[in-house]
Every structure is written in C-alpha cells, then in structure tokens.
Design a protein around this ligand. Structure first.
Ligand code: MN
Length: 402
C-alpha cells in the first residue's frame, strides 16, 4: 500500500500566518437558517439544535430575533439559560427597543444590524448614510452600557461604497463594537474580490471581522475562506447551508475546508456532522441532497470501476478524509459502472470468493440488469444474480447465501 498523505499535495502553506486559535464559528441556523422561506422550527427543535451546535463546537449561537416576541423571544430566553458553553447571541435591528428585547432574554451577545449599501439605505430604509451611522452608534452604545458583546452587522456590505464602509466600521469601533459582520447579503462576491475587500477593510478599520456569505452563485463557503485568509476571524454559518434563497455558508463545509484546505483545526467534533445535518434537515423539512458536500450520503459512495478499485487498494486515492470523521460510512455501490475488482470485494463481504471467470460473468449480468433498471443494485439483487449464475452452471447453491 502506498503511503499517501494529504501533505504531499502541498496545501499546508495556503493559510500561512493565520493564528488558528483566533478563528471562530458563530452559527446562525436558528436565525438566518430559519428565515429561509417556508422554514419554521418548533421551540423544542430550536433548543435541541442549540444543544447540538454547542456540543459540536461552535463558539457562538445566533439564537433568533428577540424583538419578534412571543414564542421566539421565549425560546431565546430558554436557550440563554441552558448553561451552554457557547455564547448566545440575539439578532437586532439598530433600534434601542429591539436591543432591549435581547437584554430581556439574558443573552450575552447581540448582533446590531443595519443596511450599508446605498440601494438599501435609499430604497428600503428611505434614509441617508448619516442616519445609518447615527443609528449604529446609538445602538452599540446602548448594548455596551448593558455589558453585551456586540457584533455590528453591515447588511449588504458587499454592495456598499467602500469608503462609507470604512467610515461605518470606524464609527462602530469608536462606539465600542467588538466585531463587524461583513455581509455579502445577496451573494455577489467571488473569493478574489472577497480577499481584496476584506484585507483592505481589516487594515482600514482594525476591528475583528466576521464573514456572512450567501450562496447565490455557489460561492458562500469559498468566500468565507477567502475572508479568513484575508484576516477575518469569525465565520457565520448554517447547518446544511440552510438560509434565504440559495442559502448560507454551510457549517460542515467551512469547518472541513478550513481543516483540509487551510490546515486550520477548529477543534470540532466533526463525527457529529451527519447527525446534526439530519436533525436540521428533519426540523426544516429540507432533505439533504445526496451529493451535498461533506455530509451527503453519496460523498463516500463509489461505483465506477476505476475509482472503486483505487478505494479498495487505498481509500486516499479518491477520498480526502475518512467517512467516520463526519459520521458517514463508505459504500461500494454495484451497478453499470462497476468493475470486476468491486464485484470480487462485494462478494467477499458476503463471504463468497469469486474466481476470475465467475466475477467477469457476474459483472456482465450486473451491468445488464443495472441498465434495465436505470439504477445501481441492491445487495439482495446481487445475490439473486449469483444464484442464477450457479444454477446455469449446474453448481450447488450455498444455503447460507440468500
Ligand atoms: Mn443573511
């Protein structure tokens, strides 16, 4: 067996100079995730998700929007009182009475959010830039007077005028904000633009930066990583990438990409990822696509002859990490694209040793049946094919099989 190691791809220097102990995840499955059109979590589901997020290793849980009142406020209060290891954050508009609702819930942190792009300021808020700055200063000062940790959210920051973003960031910092959330609210950045903007923004403002990225062009995880590479220290994620429109940066993708592409170990219990994904999928009534990066059921399924042969010889030929690391299992799928090595390995699992000739004959039959059915085959069907093969060749059927 060849001794293949990921280091041989020389990716380990890609995030050089980044202090991994400073990189943190704050997860917003319970806020931006639930904001997804058509998704509603029940209160007991919100509590369970908060507990799972805490166990898996997120530093901060964005629990919801206290100003909504009713059930939402009650459950945020309950999450804040669970005694979780993670910080619990309430999301607010830059409005004093909203922040007061967060204080009522007993959270230790708040997001104070306001639009920063001209299109939002003029067409949505119908205000001007100075009003935005004034509102954020007032909100931050109020929250800090109440001892809260404050993340100022620059909504639609990716479409805002850069000089205004700097002015906004400096005002937030001056008022006492602990970090600024850079929001690519409608997901229009690419990783190269993200890197440049975040690097300049970090240098100009000197405040900790949090990445909030959306997946409208499939860039959410890549943009979050680009932000980290440029000096951001927080990433706002959701489980399964659940979120408005095309969703947000997925927690499981960001953590695993950081580990294997960036060599930044965040200390997560990644073996819980599939379980967490399944729970959120059920609670949100959004199934996990089987090809979903990191946690999809097909991520460790191999059918094609060349790939399966490689996997049988050494899993690192076609897998970057082991399925157990994210709570999945490896599957050797038998179907149209299988090769004889897979057939031999699969029957070995059943305790049947096939010789060269029988494996070739069975493979031919497997391909034929698979094309007819337009899918891969179940184990039971493989056994039937084997039994038919034995019958045709006048051999005894092993009673243990079938
Ligand atoms: Mn968002």
């Amino acid at each position: 067996m060849t001794d293949l190691k990921l280091d041989s791809f020389d990716l380990k220097h890609s995030f050089v100079g980044i202090d991994q102990s400073k990189i943190k995840i704050d997860d917003t499955t319970l806020r931006d995730g639930e904001q997804t059109a058509g998704v509603v979590f029940s209160n007991h589901e919100k509590i369970r998700i908060a507990q799972l997020l805490d166990q898996v290793g997120v530093a901060q849980i964005e629990a919801g929007i206290p100003a909504m009142g009713g059930d939402e406020k009650a459950v945020i209060k309950e999450i804040a009182s669970l005694g979780l290891r993670a910080s619990v954050l309430g999301w607010n508009r830059a409005v004093i009475r909203d922040i007061q609702h967060s204080i009522d819930c007993g959270v230790d942190a708040v997001a104070i959010s306001i639009a920063t792009s001209d299109i939002h300021i003029e067409h949505k808020l119908k205000k001007d830039r100075q009003w935005v700055i004034g509102s954020v200063i007032e909100g931050v000062k109020f929250a800090k007077e109440h001892g809260l940790y404050v993340s100022v959210n620059a909504e639609d920051g990716s479409r805002a005028d850069f000089n205004f973003m700097v002015e906004f960031g400096l005002a937030a910092k001056e008022a006492g904000a602990d970090r600024i959330r850079f929001c690519d609210t409608i997901g229009v950045l690419d990783p190269f633009q993200t890197f440049r903007i975040i690097k300049d923004f970090r240098e100009a403002v000197g405040l900790e930066i949090e990445m909030h990225t959306h997946n409208d062009f499939g860039m959410a995880t890549a943009n979050a990583l680009a932000g980290i590479k440029a000096g951001a220290t927080w990433v706002n994620t959701t489980v399964n990438g659940l979120g408005e429109r095309a969703g947000n940066a997925a927690l499981e993708e960001v953590v695993m990409a950081m580990k294997y592409l960036g060599h930044i170990e965040l200390g997560f219990r990644t073996e819980m990822f599939r379980e967490l994904s399944e729970y959120v999928a059920r609670a949100s009534a959004r199934t996990i696509p089987i090809w979903k990066a990191i946690v999809g059921t097909n991520v460790f399924a191999h059918e094609s002859g060349i790939h399966a042969d490689g996997i049988i010889k050494n899993p690192l030929t076609y897998e970057v990490f082991s399925p157990e690391e994210v709570g999945l299992t490896r599957q050797l799928v038998i179907g149209k694209h299988s090769g004889s090595a897979s057939i031999v390995a699969k029957f070995k699992e059943f305790g049947i040793e096939l010789d060269q000739e029988s494996s070739q004959k069975i493979l031919a039959e497997v391909r034929k049946v698979s094309v007819e059915l337009k899918r891969s085959l179940f184990e039971k069907e493989l056994v039937y094919i084997y039994q038919d093969y034995l019958r045709r060749h006048g051999k005894e059927i092993d009673p243990s099989c079938g």
